[in-house]
Every structure is written in C-alpha cells, then in structure tokens.
Ligand binder design. Sequence first.
Ligand code: PBG
Length: 329
Amino acid sequence: MAAFPERRPRRLRTRAAVRDLVRENKLHAEDLIQPHFVFEGEGPDVPIASMPGQSRLSESRLVEECARAWAAGVRGVALFPKVADQLKSLHCAEAWNDDGLVPRIVRRLKKEVPGLLVITDVALDPYSSLGQDGIVVDGRIDNDVTIEALVKQAACHARAGADMVAPSDMMDGRVGAIRATLDAQGSYDTLILSYSAKYASYFYGPFRDALDSAPRGGTDKRTYQMDPGNGDEALHEVELDLDEGADIVMVKPGMPYLDIVWRVKEAFGRPVAVYQVSGEYAMFKAAGANGWIDEVACVHEALLGFKRAGADMILTYYATEVAERLKRG
Ligand code: PBG
C-alpha cells in the first residue's frame, strides 16, 4: 500500500481565509515611497517615453500628486529635479541654492501636504554639466571635493524642511560629513536615508532619460557605484554608513539584489529601504502592455518579495497606484 503523507502543508492553503491568516508578509500602502520628477515653474506634464505612466511634473502638479499619494496612504515622496541646462555647471553650485527648485518645492510641500515625508536626493548629477554624481577634477571624480558640495546641498535641503536627505552619490564618508553638518546647524531631526549599497546598474537607464542626466564624458559611474558581482562589500558599505549615522540604509536596484536586502536586514536589523528602479518599472510596463504578463499582479508580487526579503520600505514608481488599489481592497 502506498504510504500516504502524514504531514500535509497544503491544509494551510485549502481556504482563502486560512491563507490570509498565515501569510507571513503583507504589503501596505504605508510601506511605500513615491519618487517624482519635478521641473521648474508651471506647464503640462512631460511624459517620460521609457517610463510609461510617469511624467516630469510642474511644481503645482507635483503638489497635487503628492496630496493624492498621501491620501492613498503613501508615507513619503522622493524628489528628483529636472534642472535647466543653463543652471548646470562643473562645480554644481545650483545644488545648494536656497532659492533653487528643490528647497522651494520642499517648503511648499511641507505647507500644503504637511504629513507627507519629503525626501530629497543628495547628489550632484542633476546639476552637473557632465551628468556625474561627483565633482570631476583632472578627469576623476574627486571624493573629498564632492563631499564639500554634498554637505552644502544636504544642509540647504534641511533648512528648507526636508524630512530626510538621501545621499545617492556613493562617495566615501559622506554620511558622517552630512550628519556633522546637519547637527552643526541644528537640524538634529533631519533623517539620513543613505543609498548605502547602490550598484552601478544598467537598470537606471530610463531614469537618466527622465532627467537627461546620463554621464557625459569624464568616467562612467563604476568608480563609485558598486560592482554587481559583490555582496560582502554591500555589508561593509552599510556598516560604515550606520557607523557614520545613517538612520535608514538602502539597497538599489531592487529585484536583482534581493539577496543583499536579506543579508543587510539579517546582519544589522536596522531600517532597510529598497528601490525598485526605473528599469524594473519599464520592464513591468512593457511586458504588461504587450499582454505578456499581468502587470498589476506581477508588481504586487515583486513588492511583496521585497517585504519578504526584509525591506521595511520600498521606493517604487508604482507607489500611489498600488496604495490606491490596496485601499479599494
Ligand atoms: C543619481 C540617481 C540615479 C537614480 C536615483 N538617483 C541614477 C544614477 O545613479 O545614475 C536611479 C533611479 C532609477 O533608476 O529609478 N543620483
């Protein structure tokens, strides 16, 4: 006689309600952060060809979309400015102009959508005439000269009222330098969300289209962003950033780096963010538009996967849309 199994894990899957009860991880609107692209002044949305459904927004439209995100339960917005070409330079001074686009829009958002966390990108690429995250000296990204610029930028964002500053540049020592500068000006409560394990990824392609910020000349980004083959190095980067005072550490991109999310959470047990980047978004959109995958279901599954891997929060271009769907139930 055949030996029947005594252990039947399928019992926990036989009824939808039981599946609901035993599900280990759930996705909530409150896990989500929406990135937005904003341009100076007013005007119609400028659709981004390689990110269908995403646009560069005017200042007023940004406020509108942020109010919508907040109403749906999204907790934060990450801002990426599209800066006019004539404001770009080699020394990137527009990055710490207190009357510039980012500080201006931060002040407005804190007034008009007060609960929503405003997260600003601390990096020089939108302001660099070379499209680099750092300042180029003699054909090389100069780490320490770049830090001097980044601390001014972070201090400027904090003065405007940013809840979190998010260094995405991958220079060595920038978290400590930013923390010291913020504290020195009394911005004790401004959090640092550090892009700690940021890989030199081809998945950023559509983002660079969105901001017209692809590296031009100088070097590519492999002298500062991480090599995709490395895992232990990510733990080292995270350890340094936590030591230097990062409040939240981030892994980026998302889906190809789930092992890193898991290892970081396991090793440090500190708040971890993951960024589902523009190239990931573009793939879901393209496959969905072709009818090759069920976009909504696949996106939900991917976001849940981030939670299961240990992420506390997820930056995703789908944030508002997913939050609204979760709300409708
Ligand atoms: C640059 C920055 C990038 C992204 C966020 N900040 C691109 C890069 O490093 O070249 C990518 C985000 C995405 O692809 O969605 N400071």
